[in-house]
Design a protein. Structure first.
Length: 211
């Protein structure tokens, strides 16, 4: 998806910078190697990007123009909540929900194409006031959660696993909307993804809230 869009638009000044919010570098590297992207790819173990922009999940994206101005604040990047409809017995998603996901991706990619084509005149671009008003709010608990997350990561690096997990758990409690924080201490499969039954139950518990 992203490599194809980059190949299509890179000669027009469009650049994708992908950032993995992952404490396990090797787990993230597995997916980078599979994708083999030509655009810049970074691994943010400390979640500094999440702290700066209040990112809570992947894939989220921020649109930044050639002057460095945010023209669309953090938002879901062409993702539809198809996982909400996964059958927990068969671990499959109904075909009609997968089709909705494909349609959602197309809408988002077409919006980016419009931005590249029309620049600040694109109907998808926000002025500075609108972009600021749509930035996710950061509370005191959110800020403290990110500090505790970085402390937990540091303790993991020192081999103090139990203390590290305690800080990560507290961070997740303070900032429950952040899946990026939660999944760092969650049980993961062989490919580094926290998509086990606990994850699916947590998604189901969202109710009307989006994943």
């Amino acid at each position: 998806m992203w490599q194809g869009l980059y190949d299509e638009l890179k000669d027009r000044g469009f650049v994708i910078i992908a950032v993995a919010l992952d404490s396990d570098v090797e787990a993230a590297r597995h997916w980078f190697d599979l994708a083999s992207p030509d655009y810049p790819v970074l691994i943010d173990r400390a979640h500094r990007l999440a702290d700066l922009y209040n990112l809570v999940n992947v894939p989220q994206a921020v649109w930044i123009d050639e002057t460095g101005r945010i023209v669309r604040p953090p938002e879901t990047a062409g993702y539809y909540d198809s996982i909400r409809f996964m059958d927990m017995q068969t671990m499959t998603v109904p075909a009609e929900e997968l089709e909705k996901g494909q349609h959602t991706r197309k809408i988002y990619l077409d919006a980016i194409r419009d931005w590249v084509e029309n620049g600040e005149k694109s109907r998808h671009v926000m002025d500075a006031k609108a972009a600021l008003s749509n930035m996710p709010a950061t509370s005191g608990d959110t800020a403290r959660a990110h500090v505790l997350f970085r402390l937990g990561q540091h303790l993991f690096d020192l081999g103090q696993t139990d203390e590290a997990k305690r800080h990560l758990a507290e961070a997740s409690e303070l900032h429950p909307d952040s899946w990026a924080i939660w999944r760092q201490a969650a049980e993961k499969n062989e490919t580094g993804l926290a998509t086990n039954r606990t994850f699916l139950e947590r998604v189901a518990a969202l109710g009307d809230k989006r994943y």
